[in-house]
Design a protein around this ligand. Sequence first.
Ligand SMILES: *Cc1c(COP(=O)(O)O)cnc(C)c1O
Length: 296
Amino acid sequence: MPELNFTDLSSEKLSLPLFIEKEISVDVLRLDRIHPYISGNKWFKLRYYLEEAKKAGKTSIVTYGGAWSNHLLATAAACKMNDLDSVGIIRGEKSGTLSPILLKAKELGMRFVFISREEYRRKIIPHALNTDEHFLVDEGGYGYPGAKGAATILEYCQKETYTHIGCAAGTGTTMAGLISNASPSTRVMGISVLKNNVELEEKVKALLPDSKWNYQFIHDYHFGGYAKYKPELIEFMNEFYRQTNIPTDFVYTGKLFFAVMDLIRDNFFNPYAKLLIVHSGGLHGNTSLSKGTLIF
Ligand SMILES: *Cc1c(COP(=O)(O)O)cnc(C)c1O
């Protein structure tokens, strides 16, 4: 398995005609370059959980996810690197074939336990996993240690220089981490990738200690819901790649960049705004699209 690589993360300046026209500057923090499986924000969210688990002498990490979970894949890979066992509690009965993400996680040594949607919703831990050797991590790495890890993402850029930081938001753990470590004058924008995710705002707030924070949610770019997409999104991802050489994924970062471009076009940002967009990785998820859909 490849090593983690933190050397080419530095923020990359995009120069597109639209940005010149609107007098806006846009940098991209390329977390997608860290690792093919522990990609983007996932290592940052996992780092303190891994540390805690090892310190507590646990031999295994147990966590939750669905068929599209980059978090499960990242956990599987990170555990393999750290000589820990990994178990994924999967929402839904086992179907005939595993998704490409789950197949890869399995190949990296993750064991799966399938539970019903109802049990999953109630976060019921199967009996056999409720023992001392297992360390439990919530779905998507949600929780204080996850956000504390995500806060360290900003060590890889000059955070004071930005008026806005944009990220894709699923559980909101990454967004909460970015908010907690951004300069007070920088607004963190979370682009929700789920439809009607009213819980997201509460979940982010719950991870931030009481104080004044500068952030905003955008709920209009889910394209029908989690892991749903429309031809328009795929066309955008291909065109964005042609113009910038930056690959995106259809579950998170495609929607993020689509939203940013659309907001810029609509004059959402004032002239001289300086944006940092966090490319949170997730490119492995594109393997579930049929061949030829994307040009990269
Ligand atoms: C998991 C993931 C996210 C969402 O992160 P949260 O901390 O759950 O909001 C965003 N982008 C990519 C590529 C992801 O894999």
